[in-house]
Design a protein around this ligand. Structure first.
Ligand code: ZN
Length: 64
């Protein structure tokens, strides 16, 4: 019973980070990227975390 439970928990975790691409159906990898955001008051840029879901469809877009 313990093993089954562990397996289910693992599946749940995987589901949180991996999802299927709506275009090609391949599993997409969640990749954390930093997006520059301009602060209008100071004029400085700061970086904000963004999670991109990457597969062959948008691989060039995200990494290019
Ligand atoms: Zn795709």
């Amino acid at each position: 019973m313990g093993k089954t439970r562990t397996f289910v928990d693992k599946m749940k975790k995987d589901k949180a980070t991996v999802r299927a691409c709506p275009v090609c159906g391949a599993p997409q990898q969640a990749v954390r990227t930093l997006v520059p955001v301009a602060n209008e008051e100071t004029g400085y840029f700061k970086f904000r975390d963004k999670i991109e879901h990457v597969c062959k469809c948008n691989n060039d877009e995200v990494y290019g």
